[in-house]
Design a protein. Structure first.
Length: 226
């Protein structure tokens, strides 16, 4: 408790309760009973959900897996799942965490814009889905931080879920991407051939965001030098 009487940490109970809410919201059948069992804060037996093949880590929320969800919520749902799952695990092991430590336990996966690059002419492209996944990383991190520091974790996650505006999320980062030389396309699937030069040497590509610009991540395939 701080001087205002609100905890500025997150407990295992808070994290399990929010995960349970997410699983119910998307109609996940298999794992919901596990989290129902643990949403009162009981950690006993919890870590077994992470063990082995087909464990909780392998869950993907999507329409193809018969979840009750629209396409626009899929990137947000999976980013939430990944982050909440990490916080559940960390709090089950280490007890209550500060906002900073909770976010650190979620790692940096998702903190990159994914798309395609033509290795012949350097044309880069991202799709709507790529943009939504990138925005989800930022929004989830913010909702986790805000939820912990305000003492209303579940409310913060629910509010993010309700106010999701996919068009706004695309338009928020699109000008920055375009300024960084990355085109936006309403397409899906592979970018091959290249829409700019017609070449077939295209590859998946990642850009890092420094808060202002997107720059190629260091672990990409190199551009051809000619
Ligand atoms: Zn090209």
């Amino acid at each position: 408790m701080n001087m205002f009487g609100r905890r500025k940490t997150i407990s295992f109970r808070d994290a399990a309760e929010a995960t349970h809410w997410l699983l119910v919201a998307v109609g996940e059948q298999h794992w919901v009973s596990d989290f129902s069992k643990h949403s009162n804060g009981t950690t006993q037996g919890f870590r077994s959900v992470y063990g082995g093949m087909g464990s909780f880590n392998d869950l993907v929320i999507c329409r193809a897996n018969k979840h009750t969800i629209d396409a626009a919520h899929e990137p947000l749902a999976n980013q939430l799942l990944q982050s909440l799952s990490s916080i559940c695990y960390a709090t089950s092991q280490n007890g209550d965490l500060s906002a900073q430590d909770a976010l650190a336990s979620c790692g940096t996966t998702g903190n990159e814009l994914h798309g395609w690059l033509c290795r012949d002419c350097g044309y880069g492209q991202v799709t709507r889905e790529d943009m939504l996944a990138f925005a989800a990383f930022y929004d989830v991190a913010q909702a986790i931080h805000g939820g912990i520091t305000s003492g209303s974790f579940l409310g913060s996650i629910q509010s993010l879920w309700k106010r999701l505006d996919p068009d706004e999320n695309v338009s928020r980062f699109r000008p920055t991407a375009e300024r960084s030389g990355i085109a936006y396309a309403e397409s899906t699937g592979w970018m091959r051939p290249c829409p700019q030069c017609g070449g077939n040497d295209t590859c998946v590509y990642r850009w890092s965001f420094d808060g202002r610009d997107f720059t190629p991540s260091s672990d990409n395939l190199a551009m051809k030098t000619s």
